[in-house]
Design a protein around this ligand. Structure first.
Ligand code: PMV
Length: 333
C-alpha cells in the first residue's frame, strides 16, 4: 500500500429520541429506535495519513480552540486501534496499513456534544476508504455503530437520521428520513463548561438495566417515537419540542437511578432548564435536550434562534454558545 492522505469530516448529532442501554454490547445493539439531526457547526475533521508500515498507529488530537495537535497515548488511541482491527475484520481484508491520524474538533470533546459520534463517523470513512472498500450507506452506518459509540451510525446519513434498532447486527443501522432542507430547526449548544465528563456513555449503557425506571422507559418509547415521527412529518414544532424534552428527561431519570448512578447535570444545567421553561412561558418556543454531559442543547426554529441566543448569552451559566443547523452526514473531502 502506497502512502496517501485521506481527509474526512463527521458531524456530531443531537438525538430527539435518545439511545440509552443495549441489548447486546459487543455488536452495540440498542433496545430502541432513536432519531437525530446532524449538527452543522459541531464536527470532527480527520486527516488520515496511510503508511505501508502497519506498526505505525498514531493519533494526534487538536481540541476546541487549541492551536496545535497533541499526541494521544490513552483510551482514544486504544479505541482507534481497536476500531481499525474491527473494520479490517468486517471487510475481511488481507491488507493492512499503518496510520497517522490528525483529528480536529470544532467543539469541546467529551462534554455531551457527541464528540465520539463525530470522530468515529469521520474515521469510518477514512478507514474504509483506505481499505479501498466501496460500501452502501447502510453498511457504513453498521461499521460506524461497531466503533462502540453506537450513535456514530446516525452521523453517516444526511440531515435527519433514524437508527432502526433492527433484529440483529445486519439490520441495525441509521438512514436519513429527511434531507437537511426539510425543516429549519436549530440546536443552540449552551456551553456551561469546557471540562470533560468523568464517565463516558459506553460505561453507562451497560448499567441502564439496573434502573427500575428502565423497563417503563422502554415500554413508553414506541408511543413517544411514533408521536414524534408524526410531529416531525407535520412540522408541528410545539409537539416536537415537548416530546424531545420529555425523552431527554426520561433518559436522565434512568441515568440517575441506575447503579452506579450517573449525574451528568451540574447546577448550571438545572438553572438553564428552569430558564428554558420560563422563556417558553413568555411565548418563545425553546425546548431543551441534554446528552451525556452537563452542556445543554436548545432546540428551536431558526426564525427564533437569534433572540433565543441573545437571551442565553446574557445568562451567567453560559460560557459560550454554538448555533447549529441541520447538516450533511460524514463524507470524504
Ligand atoms: O453512542 P454513545 O455510546 O456515545 O451513546 C450516546 C448516548 C447519548 O448521546 C446520551 C444519547 C444519544 O442517543 O445520542
Amino acid at each position: 500500500m502506497k502512502n496517501s492522505i485521506i481527509r474526512t469530516i463527521g458531524p456530531a448529532n443531537i438525538a430527539f429520541i435518545k439511545y440509552w442501554g443495549q441489548r447486546e454490547s459487543k455488536e452495540v445493539l440498542p433496545n430502541n429506535d432513536s432519531f437525530s439531526m446532524n449538527l452543522s457547526e459541531c464536527y470532527t475533521a480527520i486527516e488520515c495519513e496511510v503508511v505501508p508500515d502497519p506498526s505505525v498507529q498514531e493519533l494526534f488530537i487538536k481540541d476546541y480552540k487549541e492551536s496545535r495537535f497533541i499526541k494521544s497515548t490513552g483510551t482514544a488511541l486504544e479505541k482507534t486501534i481497536h476500531f481499525y482491527n474491527r473494520v479490517r475484520r468486517r471487510l475481511s481484508s488481507n491488507e493492512s496499513f499503518g496510520f497517522r491520524i490528525r483529528s480536529a474538533n470544532s467543539f469541546p470533546k467529551k462534554s455531551g456534544i457527541a464528540s465520539s459520534a463525530s470522530f468515529f463517523s469521520a474515521l469510518t470513512l477514512a478507514f474504509t476508504t483506505a481499505f479501498g472498500a466501496e460500501l452502501s450507506e447502510a453498511e457504513l452506518s453498521i461499521i460506524a455503530r461497531l466503533s462502540g459509540s453506537g450513535s456514530a451510525c446516525r452521523s453517516i446519513p444526511d440531515g435527519f437520521c433514524w437508527w432502526h434498532q433492527g433484529a440483529d447486527g445486519e439490520t441495525s443501522y441509521a438512514e436519513s428520513i429527511a434531507p437537511v432542507s426539510y425543516w429549519k430547526l436549530a440546536d443552540i449548544v449552551l456551553l456551561t463548561t469546557y471540562g470533560e465528563k468523568k464517565t463516558g456513555s459506553d460505561g453507562g449503557h451497560v448499567n441502564a438495566g439496573t434502573s427500575n425506571l428502565y423497563p417503563s422507559r422502554i415500554a413508553e418509547l414506541p408511543k413517544r417515537t411514533a408521536d414524534i415521527r408524526a410531529a416531525f412529518e407535520n412540522r408541528d414544532f410545539t409537539k416536537f419540542g415537548a416530546l424531545t424534552e420529555e425523552d431527554a428527561i426520561s433518559m436522565h431519570a434512568v441515568m440517575m437511578t441506575q447503579q452506579p448512578p450517573l449525574y451528568y447535570w451540574s447546577g448550571k444545567t438545572v438553572e438553564l432548564i428552569k430558564k428554558t421553561i420560563a422563556l417558553r412561558a413568555s411565548g418563545i418556543e425553546a425546548y431543551f435536550t441534554i446528552d451525556a454531559g452537563e452542556n445543554m442543547h436548545i432546540i428551536c426554529l431558526q426564525k427564533d434562534e437569534e433572540k433565543i441566543a441573545d437571551y442565553f448569552k446574557k445568562q451567567p451559566e453560559v460560557l459560550d454558545l454554538i448555533i447549529n443547523h441541520p447538516a450533511a452526514g460524514a463524507r470524504v473531502l
